[in-house]
Design a protein around this ligand. Structure first.
Ligand code: XIL
Length: 512
């Protein structure tokens, strides 16, 4: 896929010599065809795939009905990992009663979107149903082998890799206590790997842990273990480095050298659960550090041939595990809670060889506010009031900005008149037109697109209200009640269904 070059600042067209404040402009146009502004870009996965790697995300069943979320999950990422639904407490909550329904939803989603799946996880001390810990030691091995066998066999052909054993080590490199370690000593790891291989000979088998990204006692312990396993001929294909990083703890020590030593044993390496949390509130310095950590992880994986890919532990702050697990921390992911890309997303894109997407919270930081100036939802005009506020720290050139208000046309003429009735910035600087949605969505088969002939919006500044109006040229009625961008509020409020683009890149709002 091509990646058209885009300037974040764009061209600056001259302001018309005459700026007349309260001028009403009317424009009758009929435009059809797909959206013109949202330029096609390579996805994170496409960029990674061009370098022989994958780029994936964790996900979880409760998030999938969120259509805006799953649209990005299904398009931007080439691999997914179930955050919870293949864990033991979900898949065998009662001994011998297996339930793969939730995991199957994840593998179905992946199949529909051409994604690979990393299975996570077969043997782990956490999210382990109580009955396992209550077993007499002599019965743990049989229970573990049965669990591994049943689950790996169920997902045979559907997962490319398994985190067979998760988090086997303490921070000092000693083996972590668990029902498995207590019953079998460290032999449980080889036993689990052999059982997984027998059940699914094609899956790549991994040991996965956190704080093994850099050189240190814990990664030394992992290194010693995997070397022994390989020497004994135990089936093992890779080491997963979770990479739950935090800006306040620094970047892992010599991550590249550490990855390379595992690769040199003939193993694959994967970054399996990347996120970079921070103490809240976020600020510019922490955000810059976070971007740098994401970038360095990507650069490290690219530099190590056997690093086969990167998975982020979900892609959006909206569904991050961080705030509930580390109170006071958050903002760990590539997209914010409104599913908009953050500076770290740009850092990853550019590290993968893509172009900066401008999602850096700088020049493109705008939000839209909306009010309805029209209490009649079934008459022949739509009257949205819109204003833009610069929430960033840099001036935004308005000639780069477009705004979309989505509505449905109902029956009648397919041509429109659009109007700017009043704005403190002057209607003569505001452009407006109606276009047909490329792919009609519920409540959105057309949109009013607003642009600007020039001008600049300083940090913190607002355009002030732009009173817009449109009608069909045959003056037939609309039904606004189901329109995507329509709201009933009569005073200005932040509006995520009004979408703002800078240089064609979405910087605010969620598309229908
Ligand atoms: C986390 C999930 O994201 C949460 O939803 C759940 O409540 C706890 O587990 N290391 C792992 C993952 O290997 O399985 C963990 O996932 C995050 C830390």
């Amino acid at each position: 896929m091509s990646s058209p070059k885009r300037s974040r600042h764009g061209r600056t067209r001259g302001l018309p010599a005459l700026l007349i404040g309260a001028l009403t402009l009317a424009l009758a146009v009929t435009l059809t065809g797909g959206p013109a502004t949202a330029a096609q870009q390579d996805t994170l996965h496409e960029l990674a795939a061009a370098q022989g790697k994958y780029f994936g995300s964790a996900t979880d069943n409760p998030e999938l009905p969120d259509a805006a979320y799953s649209a990005i999950l299904g398009s931007e990422f080439g691999q997914i990992t179930p955050g919870n639904s293949m864990k033991w407490d979900t898949t065998e909550p009662v001994q011998g009663q297996f339930d793969f329904a939730k995991g199957d939803v994840i593998t179905d989603f992946a199949a529909q979107h051409g994604q690979t799946v990393r299975g996570h996880t077969l043997v782990w001390h956490s999210q382990l149903p109580g009955w396992v810990g209550a077993l007499p030691s002599a019965r743990v091995e049989a229970a573990m082998t049965r669990h591994v066998t049943e689950e790996a066999a169920h997902y045979r052909g559907e997962v490319t890799a398994w985190d067979v054993v998760n988090e086997p080590f303490n921070e000092d490199g000693t083996f972590r206590s668990s029902p498995f370690y207590t019953a079998m000593g460290s032999d449980y790891i080889a036993t689990a790997l052999r059982a997984a291989h027998a059940a699914d000979p094609d899956a790549e088998l991994y040991l996965n842990d956190y704080n093994i990204e850099g050189l240190g006692a814990k990664s030394d312990a992992m290194y010693t273990l995997v070397k022994e396993l390989l020497d004994e001929g135990v089936p093992l294909d890779g080491v997963g480095m979770q990479a739950h990083l935090a800006v306040q703890y620094g970047f892992p020590n010599q991550m590249r050298a550490n990855m390379q030593r595992f690769a040199d044993l003939g193993l694959d390496v994967a970054v399996t659960e990347l996120d970079v949390r921070m103490e809240l509130p976020a600020d510019a310095a922490k955000t810059a550090t976070q971007s740098s950590y994401y970038r360095q992880v990507v650069e490290t994986c690219l530099a190590v041939e056997r690093c086969i890919g990167i998975t982020v532990w979900d892609y959006t702050d909206k569904y991050s595990w961080v705030p509930s697990t580390f109170p006071g921390q958050g903002s760990a992911n590539l997209y914010d809670e409104n599913l908009l890309p953050k500076p770290a997303h740009s850092a990853v894109r550019t590290a993968l060889g893509g172009e900066d997407d401008g999602g850096d919270g700088g020049p493109g930081a705008l939000k839209a506010q909306y009010r309805s100036s029209d209490s009649a939802t079934r008459d022949n005009q739509i009257k949205p009031g819109v204003q833009l506020v610069n929430t960033g720290s840099t001036a935004v050139s308005l000639s780069d900005v477009t705004v979309r208000y989505w509505f449905t046309s109902e029956n009648g003429a397919s041509s429109y008149s659009t109007w700017c009735d009043w704005s403190p910035i002057g209607c003569s600087t505001v452009t407006h037109r109606v276009a047909t949605a490329g792919i009609p969505k519920a409540g959105a088969d057309h949109y009013l697109e607003v642009g600007f002939r020039g001008g600049s919006l300083a940090p913190g500044a607002s355009t002030g209200e732009i009173q817009l109006r449109l009608n069909k040229t045959d003056w037939s009625n609309f039904d606004e009640s189901d329109d995507y961008s329509h709201g009933s509020g009569t005073s200005y409020a932040d509006a995520l269904k009004i979408v703002v683009y800078v240089g064609g890149e979405r910087v605010w709002g969620i598309e229908p």
